[in-house]
Design a binder for this molecule. Structure first.
Ligand SMILES: CC(C)(COP(=O)(O)OP(=O)(O)OC[C@H]1O[C@@H](n2cnc3c(N)ncnc32)[C@H](O)[C@@H]1OP(=O)(O)O)[C@@H](O)C(=O)NCCC(=O)NCCS
Length: 168
């Protein structure tokens, strides 16, 4: 009998197309090109996580360490949890899995961007800030008019930290 357990692991390039499909199922996330998802799963696999249940991709977090930052900062690009796996703490577990990796222990900040209407995302990152016992600040990162030229809602930069992973 196959296990019902959800396995968390680093993604590989073979996950790229499944990530593309998952993100498409997870409105309001912006779909990326499949090529972009393949890069997230290959070059950036050390800062990404795939959640697999019975061979099916049910969750994914993409991200990278922001280049040239004095204080190591993990930028969380997208968090996607399949509708049938929501409400079970999977998003938080995936983030924790990445932060627990040995080569992430120097990370002091998490950054992400969120549109004002994405309540689930705000709730997730507020909950993470609480868990990390760290302040959360928000400011405009990409403005609807100035940056998106009216094609997309304003993306707010959410910055959590500083935190000390050794203490968690
Ligand atoms: C947002 C999303 C990733 C949450 O996944 P999840 O596995 O259900 O989240 P978790 O169970 O880990 O919940 C994390 C916290 O957010 C809260 N939360 C989750 N979904 C919520 C919702 N729809 N409304 C309000 N709060 C919500 C939980 O109550 C929990 O808070 P707590 O720790 O204080 O109890 C998932 O709903 C999703 O993929 N949505 C579509 C894509 C998207 O908007 N992604 C967000 C980009 S970051």
């Amino acid at each position: 009998m196959e296990s019902n357990e959800i396995i968390l692991r680093k993604p590989t390039a073979e996950d790229g197309i499944d990530v593309f499909d998952l993100v498409e199922r997870c409105a309001p996330l912006d779909p990326n090109s499949s090529y972009c998802n393949l890069l997230q799963c290959s070059h950036f696999s050390d800062t990404a996580v795939a959640a697999e249940k019975q061979g099916e991709l049910v969750g994914f977090v993409s991200g990278y360490q922001i280049p040239a930052r004095q204080e190591p900062t993990w930028f969380v690009w997208q968090v996607a949890v399949d509708a049938k796996a929501r409400g079970l703490g999977l998003a938080k577990k995936m983030v924790a899995e990445v932060l627990n990796r040995a080569d992430m222990q120097s990370v002091k900040y998490i950054e992400t961007t969120i549109t004002p209407d994405n309540e689930a995302s705000w709730a997730l990152f507020r909950s993470l800030a609480k868990q990390l016992d760290a302040p959360l600040e928000d400011s405009v990162m990409f403005d609807e008019t100035k940056h998106f030229k009216g094609r997309h809602g304003t993306e707010h930069l959410v910055r959590i930290g500083p935190f000390n992973l050794a203490g968690h």
